[in-house]
Design a protein around this ligand. Structure first.
Ligand SMILES: NC(=O)c1ccc[n+]([C@@H]2O[C@H](COP(=O)([O-])OP(=O)(O)OC[C@H]3O[C@@H](n4cnc5c(N)ncnc54)[C@H](OP(=O)(O)O)[C@@H]3O)[C@@H](O)[C@H]2O)c1
Length: 416
């Protein structure tokens, strides 16, 4: 049993290692599914206990990601119904897939962290008993892999979060809690996309086209590509976002608002429609060459908008290059002109978050100052819904957002 401090007030930081019975959490319930501002509400909830191999982390700050926009909407997956169908009892969802905080309790068999460790938490979880995992294969591909704080409950929008101990990595000591909570989900995802799919890993002088360059994923991808010697080019909507990308290391940017051929590729049998679409794609390809000042195509295209942009990405990626995709924010029905795949031997590769080693390698890049977390805005705990609403409407600032949970302000770095 965990030590519990009778009479600890909900919302106060108890002595290290003492776990109060109840905690404050930003909770989504199916009856509130809808836009983020109305889906989240602060509630008092029983504090979870860590099981074998798990840790309970006192959350200092939490990161904001697109996945809990999806949880709020209850679409495309009703996360609560999916979990209850699989046997979970709680009819609610505590989201949050990024955290910085302090290990407050550990379950049986945990050796990699101890009470008092200052950590950042990555969001990849899997069942250690899964035959795929036991066989030593990449666990983030395992059938049991889940994203903590989206597909699992007890995420970081609460005073305490329950995690598998292997999710915990050392918090870079120079970073404030808020910045430390902002980067792991997007950064480790970008790291696997750019460094995890040999032979298409970013090498010196590789041109890398990065959609949504000023966004969460994009801001990290630009810096990773640059640190690995690549030549990042950003795609954005607007000059201000483009200039932001240049400051992060992009050689230049393309404003997608100057083109109108987005969406599904028209039927190739319709000469007029197909020809018009192809000239839009070619103009976009020329814009890449204009940024570079030479006729070179990207060896890697970093994709996540999906339906709107995949048809273009497949055409503009270089012969033998890779389009690597981790999302379909604009939709999942992406059309591909297969001739470009086989005749020009291009690769369309799916990628999803990262494994422990990739998270650790990316955390090291942050600790070494090679990548900045790009924290752009910090919200109070009450404003979790507002932060997600801004993201839903694509009105959020460039970079990444964080929520103060235990931390008193955006600058706080230690516990004092
Ligand atoms: N599978 C995974 O492991 C994983 C991990 C992280 C994120 N994701 C997913 O990846 C997506 C992006 O996440 P994020 O954190 O980077 O979000 P974000 O911060 O909102 O950035 C996304 C960017 O996409 C661009 N965009 C929006 N609409 C677009 C369109 N119609 N065409 C082209 N670009 C468009 C926007 O930039 P401009 O308006 O400037 O072009 C925006 O900055 C989300 O769907 C998220 O759930 C998946």
């Amino acid at each position: 049993m965990l030590d519990r401090l009778e009479g600890t007030k909900v919302g106060e930081m108890p002595p290290l290692g003492i776990v109060p019975e109840r905690m404050l959490a930003q909770v989504i319930r199916p009856e509130r599914y809808g836009e983020p501002t109305s889906a989240f509400a602060v509630e008092e909830i029983e504090t979870p206990q860590p099981g074998p191999g798990e840790a309970l982390v006192y959350v200092m700050a939490a990161g904001v990601n697109y996945n809990n926009v999806w949880s709020s909407l209850g679409k495309p997956v009703d996360v609560v119904a999916a979990r209850m169908k699989a046997g979970a009892k709680e009819p609610f969802h505590i989201g949050g897939s990024d955290a910085s905080g302090i290990v407050w309790a550990v379950g049986e068999g945990v050796t990699n962290v101890k009470v008092g460790d200052e950590v950042v938490v990555h969001c990849g979880v899997w069942d250690p008993a899964d035959p795929w995992v036991k066989a030593g294969k990449d666990p983030i591909i395992a059938p049991s892999n889940r994203i903590w704080g989206y597909e699992t409950n007890w995420g970081s929008f609460a005073q305490y979060t329950r995690v598998q101990a292997h999710q915990c990595l050392p918090k870079p000591p120079d970073l404030p809690w808020a910045s430390a909570a902002a980067y792991m989900l997007v950064g480790a995802t970008a790291y696997r996309m750019l460094c995890g799919w040999a032979p298409h890993t970013v090498e010196k002088d590789d041109v890398v086209l990065i959609w949504g360059g000023s966004g969460g994923l994009g801001s990290q991808a630009i810096q990773i590509a640059k640190a690995k010697g690549g030549i990042p080019i950003a795609v954005v909507s607007g000059e201000e976002k483009g200039e932001y990308c240049k400051k992060l290391g992009a050689v230049g940017y393309i404003d997608r608002r100057n083109f109108d051929h987005w969406g599904a590729m028209p039927d190739w049998r319709d000469n007029d429609a197909y020809g018009k679409w192809l000239s839009g794609v070619r103009a976009f390809g020329k814009a890449i060459w204009d940024v570079l000042g030479e006729r070179r195509s990207p060896r890697i295209v970093f994709e996540h908008p999906g339906e709107s942009t995949i048809p273009t990405s497949i055409v503009v990626v270089d012969n033998g290059g890779m389009v690597v995709v981790c999302a379909g924010t604009t939709g999942y029905l992406a059309s591909v002109d297969l001739r470009y795949l086989w005749m020009r031997q291009k690769r369309l590769q799916g990628s999803h978050f990262a494994n422990d080693e990739q998270c650790a390698a990316f955390n090291q890049m942050i600790a070494a100052g090679q990548v900045d977390p790009c924290l752009s805005r910090v919200f109070a705990f009450e404003d979790v819904g507002t932060a997600h609403q801004l993201m839903y409407e694509n009105k959020h600032p460039s970079g990444n957002m964080a929520i103060l949970v235990g931390a008193r302000d955006a600058e706080q770095k230690t516990v004092d």
